[in-house]
Design a protein around this ligand. Structure first.
Ligand code: SF4
Ligand code: SF4
Length: 292
């Protein structure tokens, strides 16, 4: 078994071609909106500080949090401003599976706009147990952030993982998260979803480990890989981000196993527009009162 048998031929190949972040060509043609509906997280990454403002250009930041109903209205308005939008993504600002808001928003969107590609980003902790519900809510593409598949390395990246009703730390907690992530990727791939793996490249911690992450997630059923350079903040505020050569080396290591997406812009949790054209309409979309 080379592991590939775990992966269904993605049911949604024709759709994925229209996803600006799963396909380099689509990146300049099609648009996506990130709807910030998920307030809470169930792990703590040492590089993550969620924020609410209009100016920081990075993941984990949004102007605020929308209810699922507001998310549907926001998508409606976004499609008026930018008919090229093919993807409605939920990427935070917390974890999309830590609360039910994201799945509820996707159900509403799928009912109203069945042609829209629903895209969910998660840390993967609850992915295996929610995979069926995710597919039923019309989600077609998934991004799972897997920063390490070795608990010794992962324990340096995750301050805590919450499960069994407790905050847990150290290598055992990291091992639990890794098992959950791989089982989640497998479950999602079996359901025919297209899975992209994100890894945050942290020099001195996981930079020698990227090929291994790609190898193991490929075996689990991922079909795409994306490397995000560390943005130093929170406990990692004194770490340095990778330089271009380190990023290049990591991409080459991953590429032995999985196609690497090279156009990622590290968008905010409320980004809206065509990422490959630098078109961002979030200001127009959000900086006026919501008409409900
Ligand atoms: Fe932040 Fe995402 Fe990590 Fe949660 S999983 S701590 S939201 S980076
Ligand atoms: Fe696409 Fe990267 Fe932006 Fe996500 S963060 S929407 S993958 S460009």
């Amino acid at each position: 078994d080379d592991g590939k048998s775990k992966r269904e031929t993605p049911r949604y190949d024709h759709l994925v071609r229209k996803h600006p972040c799963f396909n380099g060509e689509a990146h300049v043609k099609f648009g996506r909106i990130h709807l910030p509906v998920s307030p809470a997280c169930n792990i703590q990454c040492r590089y993550c500080r969620r924020g609410y403002n209009k100016w920081e250009q990075r993941p984990g930041v949004s102007r605020g949090v929308l209810t699922p109903e507001e998310a549907l209205l926001t998508l409606e308005r976004a499609l008026e401003l930018c008919p090229e939008i093919t993807v409605a993504g939920i990427a935070g600002p917390g974890d999309t599976l830590a609360t039910d808001h994201a799945l509820e928003a996707f159900r509403l969107i799928h009912r109203r706009y069945p042609q829209i590609i629903n895209c969910l980003s998660t840390n993967g902790l609850l992915l295996a147990e929610k995979a069926e519900q995710i597919a039923q809510a019309g989600v077609v593409t998934l991004t799972v952030t897997v920063n390490a598949i070795d608990p010794v390395i992962a324990a340096q990246i995750y301050e805590e993982v919450r499960f069994d009703g407790k905050r847990q730390q150290g290598e055992a907690a990291a091992a639990h998260l890794i098992r959950a992530q791989l089982a989640g990727i497998e479950a999602a791939a079996r359901l025919g979803l297209s899975v992209k793996v994100n890894v945050v490249l942290i020099p001195g911690i996981n930079d020698g480990h990227i090929g291994e992450v790609a190898r193991v997630t490929d075996e689990a059923g991922a079909s795409n890989f994306n490397i995000i350079p560390l943005i130093p903040q929170y406990e990692f505020q004194n770490h340095r981000p990778p330089d271009c050569q380190e990023l290049q080396a990591a991409r080459e290591a991953a590429e032995t196993y999985l196609p690497v997406f090279r156009h990622c812009r590290h968008c905010r949790a409320d980004a809206c527009g065509i990422p490959g054209k630098g078109i961002d309409l979030a200001g127009q979309l959000y900086d006026r009162p919501m008409e409900t």
